[in-house]
Design a protein around this ligand. Structure first.
Ligand SMILES: Cc1cc2nc3c(=O)[nH]c(=O)nc-3n(C[C@H](O)[C@H](O)[C@H](O)COP(=O)(O)OP(=O)(O)OC[C@H]3O[C@@H](n4cnc5c(N)ncnc54)[C@H](O)[C@@H]3O)c2cc1C
Length: 595
C-alpha cells in the first residue's frame, strides 16, 4: 500500500494553508484602504476566517454541494408545506457566515465582531472573499441579506425598519431573518420592465400589534428565486392601473410567515437543477395573493431596487475574485510540488508564464474590487456626490470584468492540475461552476455594459472615472513610475475622447463599441491602481518588496493595455522566468530593473 504522505506530495493541494496569512496582496490592499487602527483590528478576525475557510468551510462545502437542498411540497397529510431541507453542513456554513463572522450584519449594526461602530466595507468584503474561496453558494443568501438591509435602511418607513431590520442584521441564527429578491420572470430577467406580477390593495386591513399592516397582495410567477426559503423577500410588482415598463413598478417586502405563523400565500413549484452554487436553493415561485408591505415610494420601486442590485453586483465580483485567488493558490501549490520531467512543474518555463499570468489577473482584479469597496465605504460615511458617481460606474465595471476573468482563471487552473482538476474530488470543478454564475446573475454581461453606457450618459459617471484616473496618474511622480504613468494618461485621454464621440452617435450605434470600451475602461483603471500601488511600495518599502508591484503593473500593462506591435517580442519577455519566486512569494525585487 502506498504511504499517504507520499501521495500528498505527489498530488499536493492547499490543505493547511491559511487563506488570509498566505495572501500578501489582501493585507497590502487592506493597509491601503483602512486606517492603521482598523487594519490592526481586522488582522485577528481575518486570520481566524482564513483558517476556518481553508479547513472547516472547505470540508463542509464539499458535502453541502454534493447533497444539495431538497424541496418538500406536501406533508404526510397532503397539505401544502413548501419546505426546503438542507444538509446539516450547509446550516453550519450559514452559522459560520452569519453568526461567527457576522458578515451580513457587520456593516449595518454597531459592535458586531467587537468593532467600535460599523465594520468598514473593505473588511466585510475581505471576510466574504476569504469565505468564498471555500464556498460560494451560502454567500448568495448572505449578500442578499446584507443588501436587503441596505434597501430598508434607505427607503423603508420607520415602522418597517423597526420591525424587520433587527432580524436581517441579527447576530444569532435563532434571531436571524434571511433575505432574498424575486425579480426574474419567465418573459424577462434582463428586461425587468416586462414584469407581469401584479400588486393589488388588500381589502381587509387588520392592523397588527406592531402597528404595521401588509396593505398589498402580490399575484404572479417568479422564475429564478435564490434562497427561495428566505424569511424576507423583496419583489417588484405592478400596482393595478400603474403604467407599463420599469416606471410603473412598485417595490414590496413579502414575509415568508405571517404574524399568525401561517405561511404567506406563495408556493415553491420546483428547485432549479443548476450547474453551480448547488448547496443553495434556487426555486420557481407562484405568488398567490401574498401579503406584502410597500417599500418607499410606490412610483420608484425599480430605482430603489437598484440599491440592492448594485450591492449584490459588488458581491458577485468578490465571489469571482475569491474563485480566482483560490484557483491560483491551488495551481501554485500543485505545480510547485508536482514533479514532471525531473523537476517541479512550476520550474518549467511555460508553467511559470501561466502562473504569472494568473497572478496578474488576480492582483489586477483585487485592486479594482477593493478600490470599489473603499469607495462604497466613503459614500456611506461621507456621501460625497463625486464618490457616488464614481461608485455608480465602478460597480458595473467590477461586475462585468471580474467574473469574465474569473471564467478564464478558474478554467486555466483546472487544467494546471491535470486530470485531477477535472474530477469532483478536487475543488477545481466547483470553483469553475460557481464562478460562471457570477457572469449571469445580477445582470448578464451585455446588460451590465448597457448600464455603464447609461450611467455615462445620464449620471456623469464617465467624467467621475476620468477625473479619478487623471488625478491619480498625475500624482505618480516617482522617477521609476512617472514615465509609464504619463503614457497611461495619454491612453486615458484617448479613451475619454472616444467616449465623448459616443454622444454624437444614435443610441443603437453607441452600443456597438461599448463592450470593448468597457474592457478598456477597466484595464486602464486597473493599471492606474497597480501603478499607484507600485509607487507606494517603492516609496515605503525600498528595502522590502521593492519593485515587485512595479513588475506586476508592467506585466499587466503589457498583457492588457499596450497592444504590442511585435507579439513575438512580448512572448519572449523573460520576467516570468527571472522573477518568478519574487513575484509569487512577495520577495524583494531590486530597484534598477527595467522592462
Ligand atoms: C443560479 C441563478 C440564480 C438566480 N437567482 C436569481 C434571484 O434570486 N432573483 C432573481 O430575480 N433572478 C435570479 N436569477 C436570474 C438572473 O438574474 C437572470 O437569469 C439574468 O438577469 C438574465 O435574465 P434572463 O435569464 O431572463 O435572460 P435574458 O433576459 O433572456 O437574456 C439573455 C441574454 O441576452 C442578453 N441581453 C439582454 N438584453 C440585451 C440587450 N439589450 N442587448 C444585448 N444583449 C442583451 C443578456 O445579457 C443575456 O446574455 C438567477 C439566475 C441564475 C442562473
Amino acid at each position: 500500500m502506498s504511504n499517504p504522505t507520499n501521495l500528498t506530495d505527489l498530488m499536493p493541494d492547499t490543505s493547511g494553508i491559511n487563506f488570509f496569512t498566505a495572501d500578501h496582496d489582501l493585507s497590502f490592499l487592506l493597509q491601503r484602504h483602512l486606517s492603521e487602527e482598523d487594519y490592526e483590528r481586522a488582522l485577528l478576525i481575518l486570520t481566524d476566517m482564513g483558517a476556518v475557510a481553508s479547513q472547516r468551510m472547505d470540508e463542509l462545502a464539499q458535502i453541502a454541494n454534493r447533497q444539495g437542498p431538497v424541496l418538500m411540497q406536501f406533508d404526510k397529510r397532503g397539505q401544502r408545506v413548501d419546505e426546503v431541507t438542507f444538509h446539516p453542513d450547509y446550516h453550519e456554513l450559514e452559522r459560520i457566515a452569519y453568526q461567527d463572522f457576522a458578515i451580513a450584519a457587520c456593516s449595518h449594526r454597531d459592535g458586531a465582531l467587537g468593532w467600535p461602530g460599523k465594520v468598514p466595507q473593505p473588511v466585510k468584503f475581505a471576510l466574504g472573499y476569504l469565505g468564498m474561496q471555500a464556498e460560494a453558494g451560502v454567500f448568495c443568501p448572505v449578500s442578499m441579506t446584507d443588501a436587503l438591509a441596505r434597501v430598508l435602511e434607505r427607503y423603508g418607513s420607520e415602522p418597517l425598519k423597526r420591525r424587520f431590520l433587527p432580524g436581517l442584521t441579527a447576530l444569532t441564527m435563532g434571531e436571524l431573518k434571511q433575505g432574498a429578491m424575486f425579480l426574474t420572470e419567465k418573459q424577462g430577467g434582463s428586461d425587468v420592465g416586462l414584469t407581469s406580477t401584479v400588486a393589488k390593495p388588500r381589502l381587509s386591513n387588520n392592523i397588527s400589534e406592531n402597528g404595521l399592516q401588509p396593505e398589498w397582495e402580490i399575484w404572479g410567477d417568479k422564475w429564478f428565486c435564490s434562497n427561495v426559503s428566505a424569511d424576507l423577500i423583496l419583489t417588484l410588482a405592478r400596482p393595478e392601473g400603474a403604467p407599463g415598463g420599469t416606471r410603473g413598478l412598485g417595490l414590496f417586502l413579502v414575509p415568508r410567515l405571517l404574524d399568525d405563523g401561517m405561511h404567506n400565500a406563495y408556493t415553491i413549484n420546483r428547485l432549479k437543477d443548476k450547474l453551480g452554487t448547488r448547496s443553495m436553493a434556487t426555486g420557481e415561485v407562484t405568488l398567490q395573493g401574498a401579503q406584502a408591505y410597500l417599500v418607499g415610494n410606490r412610483e420608484r420601486g425599480f430605482v430603489q431596487m437598484t440599491e440592492m442590485i448594485n450591492l449584490t453586483r459588488i458581491w458577485a465580483a468578490i465571489g469571482s475574485l475569491a474563485a480566482m485567488r483560490r484557483s491560483y493558490l491551488e495551481a501554485l501549490v500543485y505545480t510547485r510540488g508536482r514533479i514532471a520531467f525531473g523537476r517541479p512543474l512550476a520550474e518549467h518555463p511555460l508553467m511559470r508564464r501561466q502562473l504569472v499570468d494568473l497572478l496578474i489577473e488576480v492582483e489586477g482584479c483585487a485592486a479594482l474590487a477593493f478600490e470599489t469597496a473603499a469607495v462604497l465605504e466613503r459614500v456611506d460615511r461621507h456621501g460625497v456626490e463625486e464618490d457616488r458617481r464614481l461608485l455608480r460606474i465602478l460597480t458595473p465595471l467590477c461586475k462585468y470584468y471580474i467574473p469574465k476573468r474569473g471564467e478564464y482563471v478558474t478554467l486555466e487552473a483546472l487544467e494546471m492540475r491535470g486530470g485531477n482538476g477535472y474530477v469532483e474530488d478536487w475543488v477545481n470543478p466547483r470553483l469553475l461552476r460557481d464562478a460562471i454564475v457570477n457572469v449571469v446573475w445580477e445582470g448578464s454581461s451585455n446588460v451590465i455594459v448597457l448600464d455603464v453606457l447609461r450611467v455615462i450618459e445620464r449620471e456623469g459617471a464617465g467624467a467621475a472615472l476620468y477625473h479619478m484616473l487623471h488625478t491619480r496618474l498625475q500624482s505618480l511622480q516617482h522617477p521609476v513610475v512617472a514615465p509609464v504613468a504619463q503614457q497611461v494618461l495619454t491612453l486615458v485621454s484617448q479613451l475619454a475622447e472616444r467616449l465623448q464621440e459616443l454622444t454624437s452617435l444614435d443610441h443603437e450605434s453607441a452600443q456597438l463599441p461599448m463592450r470593448g470600451l468597457v474592457e478598456r475602461m477597466v484595464q486602464l483603471t486597473i493599471v492606474t491602481l497597480l501603478l499607484e500601488q507600485a509607487q507606494n511600495e517603492l516609496l515605503r518599502d525600498s528595502e522590502g518588496t521593492g519593485k515587485r508591484k512595479w513588475l506586476i503593473a508592467l506585466l499587466y500593462l503589457h498583457q492588457h493595455v499596450l497592444v504590442h506591435p511585435d507579439a513575438l517580442a512580448a512572448d519572449n519577455d523573460s520576467t516570468a522566468l527571472n522573477y518568478f519566486d519574487a513575484l509569487v512569494d512577495w520577495k524583494h525585487v531590486a530597484v534598477g530593473y527595467s522592462f
